[in-house]
Write a protein that binds this ligand. Structure first.
Ligand code: ADP
Ligand code: ADP
Length: 226
């Protein structure tokens, strides 16, 4: 059974725009799924509803492994297109934030902070400030922060869209290794066919008007490349 599913999810905004018109999507544990489709087809909306950041107008988000009232926010890491780091806090304190919000002291968090920065290739950057880092490195910190709660599910909303091509290729490679080492489930929103083929074990293609799934593609053995 899937880790989490969207069933018949519809979303109409206050201004009357329908972003999703009955989306069915099941995410299996351990898979790397890309949501691929043109701008405006409802990818971000689907991801936000999966994350519990936004309510659906109709339909349900189901976590078969737990009761209907369970809070899953602690099991989800979310990476936005912009790194959204706190400029006044150093790298380590930025990664600490989600743990801090759950009452974990800086001292108790140290091991997790070290591990997450190591996973994204930024050991030794604890005391750097966001303004001292390149765009790619800021994105790495943002990924480390999303991993700090050891999420089962990592949701990424066009995380590399604002980066130059070389940085983006590098981060794609590192993300593949990271997912294998960390062992989490990833849902990755992109409008890049290249990125979806390179990264995913499964591609879910969405189309606008109405926002829904039009194709699902199993990508063969994507992990054999390394
Ligand atoms: P994608 O991520 O595929 O680009 P989105 O989920 O961001 O698509 O948006 C889907 C549709 O919903 C678009 O037409 C967009 O303009 C619209 N939309 C998104 N957010 C809002 C909002 N808060 N209010 C009104 N319309 C919105
Ligand atoms: P990224 O792909 O991580 O954004 P960039 O190519 O933007 O990296 O790197 C900008 C500068 O930061 C380069 O001088 C690069 O050597 C340095 N840099 C990037 N990542 C690291 C790292 N993990 N350790 C040390 N230096 C790094």
């Amino acid at each position: 059974s899937p880790l989490v599913s969207l069933r018949g999810v519809k979303k109409t905004f206050a201004n009357g725009t329908t972003a999703l018109a009955g989306l069915d999507l099941g995410i299996r544990a351990g898979e790397f799924v890309s949501l691929l489709g043109p701008s405006g087809c409802g990818k971000s909306t689907a991801l936000r509803i999966l994350a519990g950041l936004m309510d659906a107008s109709a339909g349900t988000v189901e976590w078969p492994g737990s009761g209907a009232d369970a809070d899953h926010r602690g099991e989800i890491g979310f990476v936005f297109q912009e790194p959204t780091l706190m400029p006044w806090a150093n790298v380590a304190d930025n990664v600490w934030l989600p743990l801090r919000l759950r009452g974990v002291s800086r001292k108790a968090a140290q091991g997790s902070i070290d591990e997450c920065l190591d996973l994204v290739g930024l050991s030794g950057f604890h005391k750097s400030y966001p303004r001292e880092l390149s765009g790619g490195m800021k994105m790495r910190v943002s990924i480390a922060r999303a991993l700090s709660l050891r999420p089962k599910l990592l949701l990424m909303d066009e995380p590399f869209a604002a980066l130059d091509e070389i940085t983006r290729f590098r981060l794609n490679d590192d993300l593949l290794h990271l997912q294998r080492d960390f062992g989490c489930t990833v849902v990755f929103v992109t409008h890049s066919v290249y990125e979806s083929v390179y990264l995913s074990s499964r591609i879910v293609v969405m189309a606008a008007r109405p926002g829904r799934v039009v194709a699902e593609i199993d990508v063969d053995a994507p992990r054999e490349r390394d």
